[in-house]
Design a protein around this ligand. Structure first.
Ligand SMILES: Cc1cc2nc3c(=O)[nH]c(=O)nc-3n(C[C@H](O)[C@H](O)[C@H](O)COP(=O)(O)OP(=O)(O)OC[C@H]3O[C@@H](n4cnc5c(N)ncnc54)[C@H](O)[C@@H]3O)c2cc1C
Length: 379
């Protein structure tokens, strides 16, 4: 999975290109996306041109095959420039990773090259109104009907769903089997039977739209990913990769907040001297930089395991847990260093605070990551 298919020099050059693109194209539009709530899919043509929608996929599926460590840095750069865009892109990757991990070669070739090229947009449909932290509680069902399945139920908080060409929907084929009764399906909304709410208003990542999705649709059996009952295993593997990406998003936003705080501390004068001269603020800045470096190293350590084909579930959970909580601490301190100006919408500090808050909740909350880590420790 995600085996490096390019040299480290090529990977480093690509990450540099993503950084330039993020700085020059994504960052200048980020405040307007946040203010207006315009969908970050406005960037799709440029993201597609850069190959960003397929950074996570191997070349055999039309992707770039970026090694996991470089992918971590690329995601951090995108999120540091525009959290909404990072959210939209990483949700697309949850969908394409589901097909890569759970799908047959035919399904991969049918869906992934177009998704990698940004010609189609994917969504990942696991959460329901009554089933978030514990997907085994889901009530969406897929019942055999002729040469396919009828899927009925409601998914909630599904990023990208309203604009998606395909949604990977997790549904129960056996209602009595708990998580072992969950199967995964590729649902194409244009085939009918899929209704999406308007985007749900959210505190942050306002251009990374989330939707409630009502399903009463027929899907042919060929759209089932893997065997019946194997969907949850696929979802768990997909989420391992996804959690690393959330950790990278947290590092990226925290870095942007630290950079702003450093500039401000050097410029802003109080009592005739730059506030950077105050030791209290110097220590805050030192703690912020140390926190970010620790989160990056945890993320890269997990990514290296992934690159080597080793299990990295616990490490991905540790990276997400630490990085998402770190981003809360760092963005809060960065805002504090800006004083009252940090509280205004003229500067991006309050956006950083709002955007990174969800990292402690989605793809498994901090509490769930602690449960996963403890389960690994206790065996
Ligand atoms: C902006 C946004 C985008 C999202 N995108 C997607 C998406 O694309 N696809 C998708 O499928 N989902 C998506 N989600 C859903 C997200 O993954 C869930 O919100 C998350 O998993 C938490 O589920 P919940 O909201 O139902 O909270 P609940 O499960 O109701 O949890 C409530 C509280 O209880 C705690 N808790 C629960 N169980 C335990 C436990 N065993 N021990 C200790 N504490 C516990 C939780 O940590 C939390 O604090 C998104 C959500 C948001 C807000």
């Amino acid at each position: 999975m995600n085996a490096p298919t390019m040299t480290s020099e090529d990977a480093a050059a690509l990450v540099e290109a993503v950084r330039d693109f993020s700085r020059n194209v994504l960052a200048p539009a980020a405040a307007a996306i946040d203010r207006t709530g315009r969908s970050a899919t406005m960037h799709l043509p440029r993201l597609a041109q850069m190959g960003i929608m397929g950074l996570n996929l191997p070349e055999s599926c039309g992707g770039i095959g970026l090694p996991a460590t470089a992918l971590f840095e690329a995601v951090a750069a995108i999120a540091g420039a525009c959290g909404s865009t990072a959210s939209m892109v990483t949700a697309h990757w949850l969908a394409t990773d589901s097909i890569l991990i759970g799908g047959s070669p035919e399904q991969q070739q049918r869906y992934l090259p177009d998704a990698a090229a940004g010609k189609t947009l994917g969504a990942f449909g696991l959460t329901e109104p009554g089933a978030g932290s514990n997907p085994a509680d889901m009530t969406t069902r897929a019942v055999r009907e002729g040469d396919g399945y009828r899927i009925t139920g409601t998914k909630h908080f599904i990023s990208n769903a309203g604009e998606a060409d395909f949604i990977v929907v997790y549904a129960k084929t056996d209602m009595a089997a708990g998580a072992r009764g969950i199967s995964a399906f590729i649902v194409e909304p244009k085939a009918g039977g899929v209704r999406c709410s308007p985007p749900e208003p959210t505190m942050g990542l306002r251009g990374g739209h989330v939707f409630e999705v009502s399903l009463d649709c027929f899907v042919p059996a060929e759209n089932r990913l893997g065997e019946e009952g194997k969907g949850f295993r696929t979802a768990l593997k997909v989420l391992d990769a996804g959690r690393l990406e959330i950790a990278a998003c947290a590092v990226g936003i925290a870095e942007a907040a630290l950079a702003a705080a450093l500039d401000w501390a050097k410029e802003r004068k109080v009592g005739g001297e730059p506030i950077a001269h105050f030791q209290g603020l110097q220590w805050m800045l030192a703690d912020m930089a140390t926190d970010i470096a620790a989160a990056r190293q945890l993320g890269l350590a997990a990514a290296r395991k992934r690159e080597q084909g080793e299990r990295f579930s616990m490490e991905a959970s540790m990276a997400k847990l630490f990085a998402s909580e770190m981003a809360g601490r760092v963005t809060d301190k960065a805002l504090q260093i800006h004083g009252g100006y940090g509280f205004t919408t003229a500067l991006p500090l309050e956006r950083y605070v709002r955007d990174c808050r969800i990292f402690r909740i989605y793809e498994g909350s901090s509490e769930i990551q602690r449960n996963i880590i403890a389960r690994h420790l206790l065996g």
